[in-house]
Design a protein around this ligand. Sequence first.
Ligand code: ADP
Length: 449
Amino acid sequence: MFSKILIANRGEIALRIQRACREMGIKTVAVHSTADADAMHVRLADEAVCIGPPSSRDSYLNVAAILSAATITGAEAIHPGYGFLSENAEFAETVEEHGLAFIGPTAQHIRMMGDKITAKTTMRELGVPLVPGSDGALPDLQSAREVAERVGYPVLIKAAAGGGGRGMKVAKTADEIEEAWTVARTEARAAFGNDEVYLEKYLNRPRHIELQILGDAHGNVVHFGERDCSLQRRHQKLLEEAGSPALTDAEREEIGRTSTEALARMGYRNAGTLEFLYQDGQFCFIEMNTRLQVEHPVTEMVCSVDLVREQIRIAAGEKLGYTQKDIKMSGHAIECRINAENPATFAPSPGTVNVFHAPGGLGVRMDSALYAGYRIPPYYDSMIAKLIVHAPTRQEAIARMQRALDECVVDGVQTVIPLHRKILADPSFQKGDYTIHWLENFVAEQTKS
Ligand code: ADP
């Protein structure tokens, strides 16, 4: 096992990884920008190294500075967290070339899944069901028109290098395809320097359901059930649940089997998430994330597993040591992402948190790097906390989350807590009756009234 790990991230996820390390008796090295000198992840680490100025490009994305920090401190492995360098294949490669372990999949698998066209082709070959669409990149507008006619409108033009919902455009009818094609390619070129696009049928009322997978370096692959992440705004998830209120045990078992068999054939190692759109009892693969996800705690709560500990053990070459039948889901978990944003306009609300009180009690978990007096820097993501609850049933989990949100005090900045309260009180949410479009409509209704 490693004796020291460098965590190439900040905020709650850096703390989350530190916690697993500490319980495993592993020393931690934090890296930080000058804007984060007072951050909790720096204060709680065994060692900390400043790696550059506030801008992420010069600090948290600065590969040379991060590798130097690992070398000077004698770290043996790097955990990338999520975001930043977590899905950067060259980074994973460089880490290993420097004789350190990258706590994640191989660079080859990161690269393969980072290109969504290659990801889809690979998954199709491995027997995973896909959204109907083009068989790869679209060479020209004419072929986009042909595929759209074949699968039927509405359709979605998506960037091969896409992420964060960018480079994605809907064409409701044939009249809109030329514009969608042009806008998606322009956006993709600007955001990713790659204007390759593909086409998918646009599903009108799917749920976003994703499967948590772990594979070791010895060919064992298991899944930990699903998360329902349908509640999204501008393709950004806001509230997640495990399990999905829509899935039956038989459906979970079947998609779980298909997915784990596919990843075992790929020789996939470490944590990964297969994202699906689910409509009318059908699963359609859309992409795979080759890293730990923000919403991983809901899975941890229902499966009683520490996914970060498992990632570290796998990276150190250990065997999983259990099989699919040992993994049981128990009760229901919900996560609310608490962003420092105006709850109606979603404009970021950086500033100083004067008063902070974290909720507690049975089945409540708060993953956050906040403290009273903390100044939220304007340079990074606006998520300041994740509030997670676990209870025997979904209904009890909702009541517990409402109670926990009432206890939570974050004073000095605006947060989306009021919006979470409204969502949890809504009858359709309470019935579990929602799709990926539900939240946008809900927010629009709120601003009207
Ligand atoms: P990104 O990597 O940019 O997040 P994804 O492919 O994961 O892109 O899609 C993000 C979100 O966009 C999905 O969670 C879903 O809400 C929506 N979406 C993607 N593909 C489709 C589709 N074919 N039909 C309807 N909605 C889609």
